[in-house]
Design a protein. Structure first.
Length: 723
């Protein structure tokens, strides 16, 4: 056990380290109290004693409430201890401060107790000494030796003014697990209660708070803007483009030179039209269609020619690559490209000449591709349809382009039937849509209606994406077969087979409710579709669809073609949305390069880009889900005590998840709130069963609940069981 003298000595070292690492070499007594998280009178007395001892030794000096470093105090260099059992990896830290280091060298994550995390923060690259194993599980345990690289450039939290010269940032726990202190000169105009983006200045010692510098203010904590922009910051995104990127984009010419039109296939006299959501402004794709004399369909899918404007290695291209994708939050879009391009120059707006990259396909009445070409074009869209307007035409409403819309519908039905016959999986997951007031507050939640106009566009885009991927296979067949992949590397959208164990888990979950999911020796899309068919139009439909989606492998981008299991395609790429997806930009560049005989990417470059674009897509999906959850919590925040009908969507030891009917908001009834009996989790039946009453709560059961509480910060909804 350490002596009182030792403890005071360590405390002295800590105070000196704090002052050494401060840019000015000075702090107030109150700031030191705040940074060291001293709360009791005894701790503060200990600090005063320490400051007195250091002043007597001339290690520090004091003036006007400030504590300064003494002139003769030198900075000590700390060396990390070495070990043969040392690995490197990325750390993920829970809200409670426990860390888990993910490393390529071990199958399991290394668990780091909160006392051994040191000054590491979420996503940092770290060196870890393995110190033992967790009893029972055999999970390796370790201690952080060194931080090799910080994982984040910025964090998000709420500024609190503790006193005149004393500021603390209470961090959003999803962003980082600890709070920070801020010196007055680094507050950057933020005020008490503001939600802020901040960066790490330094972290001297795990027992002290890290020091921060505020970069920007998101708004007052709790406001709509602050809540939504916090979601972006938590997911390492910012809405604004750097000034130099905006300046570069604003200099791009909006007029198309006539010589550029002459160089391309001119479709300006053709009947080209777009179909998009009512509130869309970034029109990526347009269609043209006609019936040939031989009875085949001639479909043109015309895509905004973003690569004509997006020159590689410019500030604009680097920013687009860094973002990787546009992000569609509930109340706003965070575009991949500045609006002057995404909603202006590149957008296929009606009655304007636009540069496009087109895939023309001749398709037989049985849905088989007969012939195709991929060409640079110029179009002049004659009509902009919303999905609802196109649906009215499909259902018989008269329109001057009714012939084209009906022909596209006819072809889409053929392609859809062929796709499902050949093994595509038919997922139908509901999407909540929010009616918001002028301040972004949700007034109503409705489910987005899925109409055939959506399917029409999907089938045409899928066909184009599949065709361009097959086009590269054709190029390879005509080249030196041994070197074909080296000569023609490509950027695929791949989707591997689902995990057999996860599918077996679904089979176990649906078995007690009378649904047989026969996996057999080999999983196939047909078996999955058979299960989805069994629950169609029942209360279990959305739940089973959700379980199945979670069991699926994540679709990714890669130069290695694994095929696309979910769509049932052997060759597939993303070609149709270059305004909002960087992978489509890469595909356009590859295709144009092969057309002109140039090689623009290597296999290794595409592998790196595949990892980056896949990661950016996952982050965007997380942000989109977080924004939906935020609005669901906001919507139910004003309905505490109100009763709703729901379906049990999940059962676990700590409670049951309930999805409300009609408004598709999910929350939890915690085990502690089931007071009528003592409930036990029955793993085989995937149910909570009452010991006395035998009453059970099982997946798929209909249930009536009331809104007990909501938490906007954590984006959580708690339900109670309605009587």
């Amino acid at each position: 056990m350490s002596s009182k003298k030792d403890r005071l000595s360590k405390f002295e070292d800590l105070v000196v380290d704090l002052l050494k690492n401060n840019p000015d070499g000075k702090l107030t007594r109150e700031q030191i109290i705040s940074v060291l998280r001293l709360e009791s009178n005894n701790e503060i007395k200990r600090l005063d004693k320490t400051l007195g001892r250091l002043a007597n030794q001339n290690t520090i000096s004091r003036k006007d409430n400030y504590v300064f470093l003494g002139k003769n105090t030198r900075k000590k260099v700390k060396k990390s201890s070495g070990s043969s059992h040392v690995v490197e990896g990325k750390i993920d830290i829970s809200v409670r401060g426990t860390g888990y280091v993910i490393t390529d060298e071990l199958d399991q994550d290394i668990m780091i107790s909160s006392r051994d995390v040191g000054t590491a923060l979420n996503d940092d690259k770290v060196r870890v000494k393995i110190t033992g194993q967790k009893k029972g599980s055999g999970q390796p345990r370790g201690k952080i030796l060194e931080i090799l690289e910080r994982g984040k450039d910025f964090y998000v939290g709420t500024l609190t003014k503790v006193s005149k010269e004393n500021f603390v940032i209470e961090s959003d726990k999803k962003s980082v697990h600890t709070n920070f202190f801020v010196l007055p000169e680094f507050v950057n105009g933020a005020e008490d209660g503001d939600k802020v983006i901040f960066e790490l200045v330094d972290w001297v010692h795990p027992k002290a708070l890290p020091e921060a510098r505020i970069k920007s203010v998101l708004g007052k904590s709790g406001s709509n803007d602050a809540n939504v922009l916090s979601i972006l910051a938590e997911n390492d995104m910012v809405a604004e483009f750097p000034k130099q990127v905006e300046e570069y984009a604003n200099q791009i010419p909006t007029e198309i030179p006539e010589e550029e039109c002459h160089r391309r296939r001119d479709l300006r006299d053709e009947n080209v039209f777009t179909i998009d959501p009512e509130d869309a402004k970034d029109f990526d794709d347009a269609l043209s269609i006609k019936k040939l004399d031989n009875g085949n369909y001639y479909l043109g899918v015309h895509i905004a020619d973003v690569t004509h404007y997006l020159t590689p290695k410019t500030v604009l291209d680097e920013e687009a690559h860094s973002r990787g994708t546009s992000v569609y939050l509930v109340d706003r879009v965070i575009p991949m490209l500045p609006e002057v391009l995404s909603n202006g120059v590149c957008s296929l707006r009606p009655n304007e000449d636009k540069l496009t990259y087109s895939c023309f396909m001749e398709i037989a009445p049985n849905g088989k591709l007969v012939d195709y070409s991929v060409e640079e074009t110029v179009i002049h869209s004659k009509q902009r349809f919303t999905y609802e307007q196109a649906q009215e035409v499909i259902e018989g409403k008269n329109h001057k382009y009714a012939k084209e819309v009906k022909l596209a519908e006819e072809l889409a039905r053929i392609l859809l039937d062929k796709r499902f016959r050949e093994g595509a999986i038919d997922f139908d997951t509901p999407e909540p849509k929010f009616v918001l007031d002028d301040n972004g507050k949700p007034l109503k939640v409705i489910l987005k209606e899925r109409i055939f106009a959506h399917r029409l566009i999907e089938e045409c885009m899928l066909m184009a994406n599949k065709t361009v991927a097959m086009h590269v296979e054709e190029l390879r067949k005509k080249s030196d077969k041994k070197r074909s992949k080296d000569l023609y590397p490509f950027f695929y959208r791949v989707h591997d087979k689902p995990d057999q164990e996860k599918l077996a888990s679904i089979a176990e979950q649906v078995k007690p409710i009378g649904i047989k999911f026969d996996l057999g020796d080999k999983i196939s899309p047909k078996k999955i579709n058979d299960l989805l068919k069994k629950v169609e139009n029942t209360s279990l439909e959305y739940i089973v669809n959700g379980l199945m989606l979670r069991a699926m492998a994540k679709a990714e981008y890669s130069p290695n073609n694994l095929g696309h299991f979910g769509l049932g395609f052997g060759h597939y790429a993303h070609f149709t949305s270059p305004i909002r997806r960087y992978p489509d930009v890469i595909v356009h560049r590859l295709l144009k390069g092969y057309n002109s005989g140039a090689r623009v990417y290597t296999h290794d470059q595409l592998k790196k880009d595949g990892e980056h674009c896949s990661e950016r897509e996952r982050v965007a999906v997380d942000a989109e889900r977080d924004s939906i959850k935020l609005k669901q919590v906001e919507f139910l925040s004003g309905k505490t005590g109100e009763k709703f009908d729901g379906i049990i969507s999940g059962v676990m030891e700590r409670g049951i998840f309930v999805n409300l009917k009609d408004i598709y908001c999910e929350g939890m009834i915690r085990m502690s709130d089931l007071k009528s009996d003592y409930f036990v989790f029955n793993e085989k039946r995937h149910a909570l069963v009452g010991r006395k009453s035998g009453k059970q709560f099982q997946l798929g059961d209909e249930i009536r609940v009331y809104v007990k509480s909501t938490n906007l910060e954590k984006r959580q909804i708690d339900f109670g069981l309605a009587k």
